[in-house]
Design a protein around this ligand. Sequence first.
Ligand SMILES: NC(=O)c1ccc[n+]([C@@H]2O[C@H](COP(=O)([O-])OP(=O)(O)OC[C@H]3O[C@@H](n4cnc5c(N)ncnc54)[C@H](OP(=O)(O)O)[C@@H]3O)[C@@H](O)[C@H]2O)c1
Length: 277
Amino acid sequence: MKNIRLPSGETVPALGIGTWYLGDNARLRADELATIRFALDSGIRLIDTAEMYGEGAAEELVGEAVAGRRSDAFIVSKVYPHNASRRGAIVACERSLKRLGTDHLDLYLLHWRGNIPFEETLEAFTRLQADGKIRHFGVSNLDPDDMQEWYATAGGEACATNQVLYNLGRRGIELDLLPWLREHRIPLMAYSPIEQARLLHTPQLQAFSRNHGVSPVHAALGWVLANDDVIAIPRTGKIEHLRDFLHAAENPLSQEQLADLESLFPKPQRPIPLQML
Ligand SMILES: NC(=O)c1ccc[n+]([C@@H]2O[C@H](COP(=O)([O-])OP(=O)(O)OC[C@H]3O[C@@H](n4cnc5c(N)ncnc54)[C@H](OP(=O)(O)O)[C@@H]3O)[C@@H](O)[C@H]2O)c1
């Protein structure tokens, strides 16, 4: 599987997994746990979660999945904007660590921009890093203006990623944010890479799938994974769907297939405000 280099020089596999809505339903828990463990067994190391997901339920599920094998995982969590103050981010991080049953996060992100100045969040992140509670930090849902402001704030240059909505139907960032990140050698983390499964049912992907003999999920994920500086974090609570993700990561699309997808889902002509899900 392809690896993506973080600004620190460390690499992570380009395919990670998301956990939004996982841990919410007790009846699905055993399957979700088995899916995360199967992901780790298959070399998917990066697990994305957040204090917001199920108000801690997703972090608890991840904690159970990585128990006894913490070093197999690269855990990403996120702080709510209203908790991202000088003191609040430290307390929120401690709560996340407890739910995850670990003494450190591999990556801690500001979930989206709120009212607390970046200076405060960065002070907290820098302190958490110095104390060994987080290894790296970064941001999520920052548009180009916010990204530049973060980067210009003391400590902000150490940004490991910007996690944003990116998939075949959401290509606006290619006109502004993605080139900026590339210029600054910051990898993108693409969330909702299959648009919460809605992309899979579009007439374009259905037609592509028939013409090329490639499943819609392989096409959608393969297109995101064709980049050398993009990490994709699709989510599933089912092992059979996780196998589809692995298949996509292990079988890159051809140049011809990628070109076909580009014409079925063209890049917008003009920049559009960053979208969020
Ligand atoms: N930073 C942010 O603001 C932000 C926002 C959104 C998401 N995220 C992160 O990104 C992760 C992924 O995004 P997402 O959860 O919004 O959506 P997604 O990964 O685009 O899609 C997930 C949905 O697709 C379904 N699915 C997966 N594989 C499938 C397959 N082979 N066939 C049919 N359906 C399939 C899943 O259901 P099954 O469980 O039934 O497979 C689930 O309902 C999140 O879990 C979260 O960690 C971050």
